[in-house]
Design a protein around this ligand. Structure first.
Ligand SMILES: C[S@@+](CC[C@H](N)C(=O)[O-])C[C@H]1O[C@@H](n2cnc3c(N)ncnc32)[C@H](O)[C@@H]1O
Length: 457
């Protein structure tokens, strides 16, 4: 039958439609539309109409380097400001001469029908903005991701295609879709020093996740969010640079040589690190190795365990009325050891929150040093091990007792130690005290070590 649009359609019930056919509400079944990518560079496209839709179409066409002519009695200033030719008048028959493509976006359906008719006559593809099913061509909702273009149509329903486009754009951006080139001819290699966050795979940044998904080689640390490795393509080379905290499979020099060497061989290297690469992460050394070798590199900041691990456990490192500052300190050395450069005197005098990383081995010496230098022995302390992971455990204590209690409870690295009155807020803020929380910590029985501050205060 001939449809109301004058084009041939099939009856839904008379004969079997091809699988790709689309049903319409009037019972007709349209043949599937034929998708195509057009090279519009230097080719004329005529846009009839001067409003918002015309503006969007003109922008898209200019992105494709088309020669754009806009015809409308009145044109939005943003549209007139674009590098397009504006004819400030009504459409006239003959305006499509020399056009490869037409967009009928006027708010007058009669004008759009005339544009479409002229286009049909001259075999020019025409997109009607006012009547999808009367339109010879559709513009899809488009998202671009590097050299990948995804175009979505949804039976002429722009809202549906835009929703889908947004979801696909997000999945592409966060690396949830395999958009990377795969192993092809080797190009220029590069290194991305990616902060993976403290452990939960949701705490990597969108950029970090995307670069991870695009990598040919991933060099990972023990404390990186290793769950993300399971999502990599099977042909991605994964190199484990550290099995245990502080006990590396590879020396720092070997890691530097490895990432630089793979990049010089044309590989995209993702160096996946725990937390932030520049917070006690030796990311600076790896970046300098890239600089020395002339390898392009990018640093992707990460969510540092220093802040995120306490936050996940319900402890804000600052809180109005409690503290206005916090210090993050590496406590991997005994304070009495030569080479220990932390100013423990200043830390003891401060009323701010003290966050210690790598502190488990010397917790007794550090706590004693702080008390000796004047920090109140009753200051609340939290020791959070394996923070943000399924194995997270939290010990709440005081500066006087924390070392003995941590030893008795068998606390092991990795752990973040928080010293200060902000620890008390955990009573109200930790995940189990808020029904609305949906983080994994909610469903994971975070086996808090006794005694809790609430019991001892
Ligand atoms: C070498 S530092 C690296 C810090 C990292 N670059 C960051 O920004 O989080 C390792 C220390 O970070 C802390 N840490 C990292 N991840 C942790 C986690 N999930 N739970 C508790 N502590 C963690 C521990 O103190 C550990 O010893």
């Amino acid at each position: 039958m001939i449809s109301a649009t004058g084009r041939r359609t099939r009856e839904a019930c008379g004969g079997r439609a091809p699988e790709s056919a689309q049903s319409r509400s009037d019972g007709d079944v349209e043949p599937a539309r034929y998708p195509l990518m057009l090279d519009m560079a230097g080719r004329r496209a005529v846009v009839v109409g001067g409003g918002r839709v015309a503006l969007r179409r003109a922008r898209g066409l200019l992105d494709a380097a088309a020669n754009v002519v806009v015809i409308a009695p009145s044109v939005l200033p943003e549209l007139a400001a674009l590098p397009v030719t504006v004819l400030p008048r009504r459409y006239r028959r003959g305006d499509l001469a020399a056009a490869w493509l037409a967009h009928a976006t006027s708010d007058d359906p009669e004008v759009n029908a005339q544009v479409a008719a002229e286009a049909e006559e001259h075999r020019i593809w025409c997109v009607r903005a006012d009547a999808a099913h009367a339109s010879a061509a559709w513009t899809p909702a488009v998202t671009r991701h590097g050299d990948v273009t995804v175009a979505v149509t949804a039976a002429g329903d722009p809202t549906r295609s835009q929703r889908l486009r947004a979801a696909i754009a997000l999945a592409l951006a966060d690396g949830g879709l395999p958009a990377h080139r795969g192993r092809g001819p080797r190009g220029t290699g590069s290194v991305a020093l990616i902060g993976g966050g403290p452990g939960d795979p949701g705490l990597i940044t969108v950029l970090g996740r995307r670069l991870l998904a695009e990598a040919d080689v991933v060099v990972t640390d023990k404390l990186a969010p290793r769950a993300l490795l399971a999502e990599l393509d099977p042909d991605v080379e994964v190199i484990d640079a550290g099995k245990q905290p502080h006990a590396h499979n590879l020396t720092q020099t070997q890691i530097n040589d490895l990432i630089v060497g793979r990049a010089l061989a044309g590989r995209r290297v993702a160096r996946l690190k725990g937390g932030d690469p520049f917070v006690f992460g030796r990311g600076g050394e790896e970046a300098l190795a890239c600089v020395r070798a002339g390898v392009p590199f990018q640093v992707v900041p990460g969510v540092s365990s220093a802040i995120a691990v306490p936050a996940w456990a319900g402890i804000p490192v600052t809180h109005r009325g409690i503290t206005q500052d916090f210090s993050v300190v590496s406590a991997h050395l005994d304070p009495s050891q030569p080479g220990a450069t932390v100013d423990w005197e200043a830390m003891a005098r401060s009323t701010g929150t003290l966050v210690l990383l790598m502190a488990v081995a010397h917790l007794d010496a550090v706590a004693a040093e702080l008390v000796k230098r004047g920090r109140d022995a009753a200051t609340p302390v939290a020791v959070i091990s394996d923070g943000t992971t399924a194995g997270q455990e939290v010990l709440i204590s005081t500066l006087a007792d924390v070392a003995a209690q941590a030893a008795a409870s068998g606390v092991r690295p990795p752990a973040v130690v928080v010293i200060g009155d902000v620890v008390r807020l955990r009573d109200q803020l930790h995940p189990r005290s808020t029904a609305a929380r949906t983080s994994p910590a909610d469903v994971t029985p975070a086996a808090d070590h006794a005694p809790d501050l609430a019991a001892t205060a």
